[in-house]
Design a binder for this molecule. Structure first.
Ligand SMILES: [Zn+2]
Length: 486
């Protein structure tokens, strides 16, 4: 069983479960990356943890992957219709910083978050601004082939020329749902037509601007993913991932322009994988300035990034997940229990593939359960359950458990080999108190001691209740009162 179960995945193109069959020695994989005009929130990060799960599953099967994730630092307009200002420029004006500074700082935080979430680094993280000349060449080719028309607003792709337009979104079957979101652009022939180039309005000079055959301006957002993926992965590649919101519009347009450009009658990309949303509505967590909670908010509240990863993997990537502090508490507690069980088994063997894991015996058939779970459209929840069962199974020796933990974690990426249990301790530690808070607590404790000395029990009880509300527990010892956070 070197390769185990066939890897089955849900292809958005056709909306069905299929066997994954790589087209060559190296599987090309492209994931739509962040627009670096703001912090990525927790919902955004789900897409990268999902792409990482796909990569780990392919590695498990012995399939080599070349993964590319783009950084959008130009071209993403404020509205879905490719009209209005560039998101980067709006952010620069809001924060009174240059576009370059904005892009650099949010890109840096994005990389830090990926690292904290134990996401395997991609082979390339191309920046859109570095590919504008190639985007212009790409658009020129489409224009020469008659796929486009010019408007004062820029160069537009004529979707009526593409008989397969919208196949991914099943636009014809489900009705043109995209149409409702798109505002009117003067002269646009079809409501699904989109901008390849956005020419700047007369008298409104943009900060980010390039010269082109269609005047000074910026590329359309969809263009960058086609151009950069083809530049770095070749004309055709196997897997394209992204959030479910890209399935109806962005990816539809990527396909239309790429197939028009390649003109070889082949589907551009064979497998399209989309992760569902993370619902943040129910979250009681304080929101960061200007948006939904992000990873830093979680760590500040005392959660480990691996607990967020475990929370995500506890659901299926094609199901919506509700983010709540209760669910995070449960994830952190589960992780804590897992680490407590794994700690006596350390050090764990280095295992990345099924082949490596299968060199040892398959204790109680668990390896097969793990492989079956990941092969069934990346069922990480089932995989997690199999691991937990195995750790409680008295038939499995310590050596067997070592292999299973290492094998499961090669897919889950929780970092079970070296997660420090101390990092998963109670949500708030004394060290997180500010000097001011510490001072106030110590003053209250001293006042309580004084009240007790004066036999003012009512006052002493009142102070204890106040400390209690702050999460402070006071213990009276022979050396005097001691306090700690609960
Ligand atoms: Zn994209």
């Amino acid at each position: 069983m070197t390769n185990g179960h066939p890897l089955r995945l849900y292809n958005s193109l056709g909306r069905r479960i299929e066997d994954f069959v790589p087209s060559g020695d190296v599987t090309g994989m492209y994931s739509c990356g962040p627009t670096v005009y703001a912090y990525q929130h927790l919902g955004n990060m789900r897409a990268y943890v999902f792409a990482d799960t796909v990569r780990r599953a392919l590695r498990w099967k012995g399939i080599e992957v070349r993964h590319v994730v783009n950084i959008t630092d130009v071209g993403h307009a404020v509205s879905d219709a490719d009209t209005g200002d560039d998101k980067m420029e709006v952010a620069a004006a809001r924060e009174r910083r240059s576009v370059l500074e904005i892009a650099d700082s949010y890109t840096r935080v994005f990389f830090e978050d990926l690292k904290a979430l134990n996401v395997l680094p991609a082979a390339e993280y191309p920046r859109a601004s570095a590919y504008v000349p190639q985007m212009i060449e790409f658009a020129k080719t489409l224009e020469e082939r008659g796929y486009t028309y010019r408007l004062p607003a820029g160069l537009y792709f004529d979707t009526a020329n593409d008989p397969r337009y919208g196949e991914l979104a099943q636009l014809h079957a489900e009705g043109q749902r995209e149409a409702a979101r798109v505002e009117q652009v003067k002269g646009r022939r079809n409501k699904t037509d989109f901008a390849l180039w956005r020419t700047e309005e007369p008298g409104r000079r943009r900060v980010l601007r390039w010269d082109s055959p269609w005047g000074w301006g910026t590329p359309g957002w969809h263009l960058e993913c086609s151009v950069m993926s083809i530049a770095l992965l070749g004309p055709h590649f196997d897997i394209h991932t992204g959030g479910i919101d890209h399935r109806e519009l962005h990816h539809v347009n990527e396909i239309a322009q790429s197939e028009a450009f390649l003109a070889d009658g082949q589907p551009w990309v064979r497998y399209w994988l989309h992760n569902e949303f993370l619902q943040l509505g129910g979250a009681k967590m304080a929101k960061s300035a200007g948006g939904a909670p992000r990873l830093a908010d979680l760590t500040e509240a005392g959660y480990h990034p691996a607990a967020f990863r475990l929370f995500l993997l506890g659901g299926h990537y094609r199901s919506q997940l509700d983010f709540t502090t209760g669910a995070m508490d449960a994830a952190q507690a589960t992780l804590k229990r897992l680490v407590a069980r794994v700690q006596p088994l350390r050090p764990l063997p280095a295992i990345e593939t099924l082949e490596e894991a299968a060199r040892t015996a398959d204790p109680a058939g668990t390896l097969d359960l793990i492989d079956a779970a990941i092969s069934a459209d990346f069922n990480t929840a089932r995989l997690l359950a199999a691991l937990q069962d195995a750790l409680r199974d008295p038939r499995i020796t310590s050596d067997g458990q070592r292999t299973l933990v290492a094998a499961a974690d090669a897919l889950l990426g929780l970092g079970l080999a070296d997660l420090d249990p101390a990092d998963l301790e109670d949500r708030r530690s004394d060290a997180s108190l500010s000097d001011q808070e510490r001072h106030e607590i110590e003053q209250l404790v001293a006042e309580r001691t004084q009240a007790r000395k004066e036999r003012d029990w009512a006052r002493a009880d009142q102070i204890r209740a106040e400390l209690d509300a702050r999460g402070v527990q006071v213990t009276d010892t022979p050396e005097g009162p001691a306090w700690q956070l609960r």
